[in-house]
Design a protein around this ligand. Structure first.
Ligand code: GKR
Ligand code: MG
Length: 434
């Protein structure tokens, strides 16, 4: 229940730290990543002094929901995860009333109020699990029922990109530009050499589809037999999606969100044997039924943030299994706490059918003391108590300072605004773009 609990596992304090993290100029159909991206770090401290950490999206609308939850949580036990959801319902507003009022659309699918709230809860859930694990000496995967694998596979996440941010701000890196097939292959080569990734996902929807088909063909030639994925974030019409599917059928592991909306995805699925994956048209429980019934998607890519945390990701896995739909995970710009959380839950899901994708290699900054290292394209599942990561307070302070010093321009992700620095006339393209 949500009754306040006494005892060592009761929450004594919650700390919310919004931060801005460096992000390279990665391109997608809406524009380009800003030099800095907001994240929220959540610390839950129990009565016996154990601190658990969580991470989630940090845009203003998430912070607005996190604040009342942080205020209400003290007194509740970190073990009462069901109570966390009840509490959030009480203090963050009834989603039935506000449901479609925050529908800003975009790369994370439709952002309804309940999805925003679930993303916030997920950060708290992970922090509670981390604290509970540390207090009991158990890794998070054990609290979730136990790992069924010792390593979790990840795929390289390739992006078309500029060498530098159009506005000249941000942290420099030595990746250079990748704006054509040769650039994409060079990027993939570096990912494969450095981290051993065996599968590759290319973020598409940036250039006309013929050029992206060429890039995938170049990857297939450079890495024969490796699983490849292309994800234009819903930028294509049904017809274009079917053309791409036909031309790449022999090399694609799946096509990710070729068209936006369940309706269009269902039409594409009806015309191709290439499996369709999504992190855009099935992002909440209520979107599952229609999509599965219509065979619109063959793989659901969970983002544990907007699915409401690690236990809800396990529930999603069970639903997918029941309907013969594949499961994997996609990511957004994130740090090591979220990667640890992804890895723990992924380790517990028997039907994790594909390598998860992660932006992590693009992030040069972190708030944990020891960064995760991909070996053979995989991460080893930690058996240390909790998530198995330690907060780097100095780094957290620096990144929070950056957030405080920002004039507000980057506290909310806006890829179209960043693109306007290169092209003043840029507007988020209408869908379908091609
Ligand atoms: O980081 O530009 C990006 C991605 O496009 C991200 O926002 C997506 O949510 O990676 C995600 C995806 O697979 O669609
Ligand atoms: Mg995607």
């Amino acid at each position: 229940g949500t009754e306040a609990a006494a005892g060592p596992l009761a929450v004594a304090e919650v700390r919310l730290t919004p931060i801005l993290i460096a992000d390279p100029p990665l391109l997608n159909t809406q524009g380009v990543h800003q030099p800095y991206t907001p994240r929220l770090i959540i610390e839950v401290v129990t009565a016996d002094g154990t601190t658990g950490v969580g991470e989630t999206y940090g845009d203003t609308r998430y912070l607005d929901l996190a604040a009342p939850l942080a205020k209400a949580l003290p007194g509740h036990a970190v073990s009462d995860l069901n109570g966390l959801f009840t509490l959030a319902e009480q203090v963050c507003g009834d989603p039935a009333e506000v449901s479609d009022s925050v529908d800003v659309g975009g790369l994370r699918g439709v952002q309804t109020a309940d999805k925003l709230r679930l993303s916030v809860i997920s950060g708290f859930e992970v922090a509670c699990l981390d604290a509970l694990g540390k207090a009991t000496g158990l890794p998070v995967h054990a609290l979730l029922g136990g790992k069924v694998r010792d390593t979790v596979d990840y795929s390289a996440y390739l992006f078309y990109r500029y060498a530098e941010h159009p506005q000249g701000q941000g942290e420099a890196d030595d990746w250079g530009a990748a704006l054509d097939p040769a650039g994409v292959v060079a990027q993939a080569r570096r990912f494969a050499d450095q981290y051993g990734f065996g599968s590759f996902k290319l973020k598409g929807g940036v250039f006309p589809p013929e050029q992206e088909i060429e890039a995938i063909r170049a990857l297939a030639a450079a890495f024969p037999g490796r699983p490849l994925r292309l994800d234009p974030n819903g930028a294509w019409s049904v017809e274009t999606s079917l053309t791409v599917a036909r031309e790449l059928a022999d090399v694609l592991e799946y096509l990710e969100d070729p068209a936006s909306s369940t309706e269009r995805m269902a039409q594409v699925a009806a015309g191709t044997e290439v499996p369709l994956a999504t992190n855009m048209c099935v992002t909440t429980v209520r979107e599952i039924e229609e999509a599965f019934r219509r065979g619109a998607v063959q793989v659901v890519l969970s983002d544990h943030h907007y699915w409401g945390g690690l236990r809800r990701t396990q529930q999603l896995a069970a639903i997918c299994q029941a309907f013969g739909v594949g499961l994997s995970m996609h990511s957004n710009t994130h740090l090591g706490i979220s990667l640890a959380a992804m890895t723990h839950v992924a380790a517990t899901v028997p039907n994790l059918d594909y390598a998860c994708d992660s932006h992590y290699p693009w992030q040069t900054e972190d708030v944990i003391t020891e960064r995760h290292v991909f070996t053979g394209g995989a991460l080893t599942v930690s058996d240390r108590p909790g998530l198995g990561v330690e907060l780097d307070r100095a780094a957290l302070h620096t990144l929070h300072r950056r957030w405080l010093d920002d004039d507000g321009a980057m506290r909310d992700r806006d890829d179209a605004a960043a693109m306007r620095k290169a092209d003043p006339d840029w507007r988020t393209p209408a869908v379908p773009r091609w």
